[in-house]
Design a protein around this ligand. Structure first.
Ligand code: PMP
Length: 327
């Protein structure tokens, strides 16, 4: 019998046929919205909680705390329900009403803590630090810490990366993905580099995020807002492990959002904004290595972190798109 948590992972890897022909390289996308709460984050919720259980760090009845604006929160809520944990989700007071309603609807063992989004990211009570501060002050509260807990990239090293290797038979020239915590990119990067000589691993970072500067050891820019939900960060993370990454390229909100529409128009798939960023990255690589003959094409793999159905109030609202793509 299959349980709900058994359905996490083993997602399909599909060829984006139309885009591959258009840009002269084989572009493959791993569809992470096939996970039970429709995002890549179900993987870390399951893996990291089960690992903490094995290490004796937590047991059912305990409380888990994490800051997340959506996908990690719903992934954790699923696992908390299935296994009997309490969950505290730290959110910014700017969280969209849509997302807030969904998180509140879990009820009972799932509670939201709203923090003031204007607090400086380095402050102990900021959105970035509140969960750690709270866990330090309370007994039986475990901070998952998706940004700096290396069990996040380990999840992708053990699962997503191995799946991509098996699904492609090792025929990968480039893997490219945007960075939210860095877990996806570092974990898959490590798995593929161990097995595929010469594979290149590229990150994508939104303009206004600090990851690209952190990767190249440059002075960190003052974080700026952007419209590609789920990626970028105001502080560097331990989970962006430079050793497994070759380059990090910058993306503007408009490029990610235009690509969401390009994927929809060409392929008919409704992807979220970070998926748009990832496919945009794959297209840049395809343009760079364009082959005239089909047999000479290189193989580029990316992930689609979630579905556009989670963003109907933004991505498919004409006024929002106008604002987000005006640069
Ligand atoms: N896509 C979506 C939809 C996400 O929610 C996230 C994480 N916030 C990412 C991509 C980035 O993944 P990672 O945190 O593993 O870098």
């Amino acid at each position: 019998m299959t349980t709900l948590l058994d359905t996490v992972g083993k997602t399909p890897l599909v060829k984006l046929e139309k885009l591959s022909d258009k840009y002269g390289a084989n572009i493959y996308a791993k569809l992470e919205y096939f996970n039970p709460t429709s995002s890549v984050k179900d993987r870390i919720a399951k893996y990291m909680i089960e690992k903490a259980e094995k290490e004796g760090l937590i047991q059912p009845g305990d409380t888990i705390i994490e800051n997340s604006s959506g996908n990690t929160a719903t992934g954790l809520a699923l696992v908390a329900k299935q296994k009997g944990y309490n969950l505290l989700i730290v959110v910014r007071d700017t969280l969209s009403p849509d997302k807030k309603r969904v998180l509140e609807a879990f009820g009972d063992n799932v509670k939201l803590i709203e923090v003031d989004s204007t607090i400086d990211p380095s402050h102990p009570e900021s959105y970035n630090n509140f969960a750690q501060t709270y866990a330090n002050r309370h007994k039986d509260v475990w901070f998952l810490n998706q940004h700096d807990n290396l069990d996040n990239p380990e999840t992708h090293y053990m699962t997503t990366g191995q799946e991509i290797y098996e699904q492609t038979g090792g025929n990968v020239d480039i893997f490219i993905a945007a960075v939210g915590t860095g877990g996806t990119l570092s974990g898959i990067g490590r798995a593929l580099r161990e097995k595929i000589p010469g594979v290149k691993i590229y990150g994508v970072d939104p303009k206004g995020s600090v990851f690209r500067a952190a990767f190249y050891n440059q002075e960190l820019p003052k974080p700026q807002s952007h419209f590609i939900e789920g990626i970028g960060n105001a502080l560097p993370t331990k989970n962006l492990v430079a050793q497994y990454i070759d380059e990090v390229i910058e993306i503007k909100s408009k490029q990610a959002i235009d690509t969401v529409y390009e994927v929809l128009h060409e392929e008919g798939i409704i992807i979220g904004p970070s998926g748009g960023a990832n496919v945009w990255g794959a297209i840049q690589m395809a343009k760079k290595h364009k082959a005239d003959k089909e047999e000479d094409r290189i193989n580029i793999v990316t992930t689609i972190g979630d579905t556009g159905y989670k963003y109907t109030g933004t991505l498919f609202d004409k006024k929002w798109v106008e604002k987000a793509t005006a640069e």
